[in-house]
Design a protein around this ligand. Structure first.
Ligand code: ADP
Ligand code: MG
Length: 402
């Protein structure tokens, strides 16, 4: 129901109540004495040149080179930044809230968190170029398809790579809630209760148990974190972004009896749905993962809810890095040739897989696990088809293991 509304919202190009200043720019109005310089307009007055300075993109923690939104905003005039600051989404998301992770954290490439599905429309002129660059994907000339959950045959990882474990996850947000970074405590608890009901209906290999952060012992939660199964509240970027507001309420993990199929409730997105197993069985992990996503989808639809989806962006999530399929397929792999993650990243950057494959440490995106020579190698972009994105991950593993 809401997914359709989001579609309409996202396709209403140029119909924003508070559109960008393009329509009112002095150049368009034909005011004399204007020169276009770089991205901004400068006023020529009696030989002197004045323009409202744009200080917005100064003094960020993330570098101009890495952080896409910083670069996009640096290209604006002071007047354009003023106009951007007047915009508000239906759930009160603003420019300052949108950019907080880019301003305060160095490692974020997108540098933004969206507070609701409508953020992608209200800040479309900022986020469209960001999405195109992040995913190397032409969103204007492609339509995204919702998953139909029919069987998929995947490539396998060739012998030779020393794979410890395989994990495939997707991010999913649920309409009509605002994103997790922007939920009230009541909304978090209500959402968790609905998910608990859905989990209790799972059958066969998906059947299992929900462990809420408020109702599970600290020892058990710590153990699940150590086993790479559970998230905790220790990522500074997620903290500043709002992912841990009202922690631990409304947070928890569902696991099937085999502890291979897992759903996180209330981390960076409403849901992270995943399967993970020791070894290298990408097809087996994918099949379980995909059947689990279908089961969650069915449970939501039975309650009049749905995954946020738009034909333009695919599945809509809090960070634009997780649009499209929202899928990250990763392996933990032993790469003895590389003793730091930076060296793995440099090898990827120097290869044809630059921008398509990512290296992380083995304890989550922001933690350093240098020294072990075990890395998390995954697809980098998420827009496209799941089998194609899994091919990127496999190509990365093959190249780095040679
Ligand atoms: P994501 O953002 O995809 O959820 P993170 O980098 O935040 O991934 O990591 C979340 C958790 O998942 C971490 O504990 C990490 O070790 C674990 N993880 C990711 N990939 C694998 C894998 N292939 N095998 C085992 N654990 C994994
Ligand atoms: Mg993460």
């Amino acid at each position: 129901m809401f997914a359709r509304n989001v579609n309409r919202f996202l396709s209403r190009r140029g119909a924003r109540a508070c559109s960008s200043s393009g329509g009112l720019s002095p150049a368009v109005l034909g005011v004399g004495g204007l020169a276009v310089v770089g991205g901004g307009y400068m006023m020529m007055s009696g030989g002197a040149t004045t323009a409202k300075p744009n200080n917005y993109a100064e003094n960020w923690k993330s570098s101009m080179e890495r952080c896409i939104v910083r670069r996009i905003l640096a290209d604006k005039t002071g007047e354009e930044i003023d106009e951007l600051k007047t915009r508000k989404t239906p759930h009160d998301w603003t420019l300052d809230k949108l950019t907080i992770v880019g301003r305060k954290h160095g490692h974020r490439k997108a540098g933004v968190y969206c507070g609701d599905a409508e953020t992608y429309d209200v800040f479309e002129d900022i986020l469209d170029p960001l999405v195109k660059e992040f995913h190397s994907y032409d969103i204007d000339n492609n339509k995204q398809q919702p998953e139909d959950y029919s069987p998929v045959t995947l490539d396998t990882i060739p012998e030779g790579a020393e794979i410890k474990s395989t994990r495939i996850r997707c991010a999913r947000s649920v309409a009509p809630y605002p994103m997790t970074v922007n939920m009230t405590k009541e909304e978090r608890v209500e959402f968790e209760s609905m998910m608990k009901e859905i989990f209790s209906e799972f059958k066969g290999n998906l059947k299992g148990k929900y462990y809420g952060h408020t109702s599970t012992s600290k020892e058990r939660l710590d153990q699940l974190v150590q086993e790479h199964k559970l998230f905790c509240d220790d990522d500074e970027a997620l903290l500043d972004g709002g992912c841990y507001t009202d922690w631990p309420h409304g947070r928890g993990i569902f696991m099937n009896d085999a502890e291979t199929f897992i759903v996180w409730v209330g981390e960076e997105d409403h849901l992270r749905i995943m399967s993970m197993k020791k070894g290298t069985d990408v097809q087996g992990v994918f099949d379980e993962f995909y059947s689990g996503v279908a089961a969650v989808d069915k449970g939501l639809q039975a309650r009049g809810k749905s995954f946020m989806f738009s034909e333009k962006l695919g599945y809509v999530n809090c960070c634009p890095s997780n649009l499209g399929t929202g899928m990250r397929a990763s392996v933990h792999v032993y790469l003895p040739k590389y003793n730091t993650k930076a060296k793995v990243a440099a090898a990827i950057a120097d290869s044809p897989l630059a921008g398509r494959v990512q290296a992380r440490g083995t304890h989550g995106e922001s933690k350093n696990t240098d020294g072990s020579c075990v890395y998390d190698i995954s697809n980098y972009t998420r827009i496209g088809s799941m089998p194609e994105l899994i091919k990127d991950m496999i190509a990365g593993v093959v190249m780095l293991s040679e």
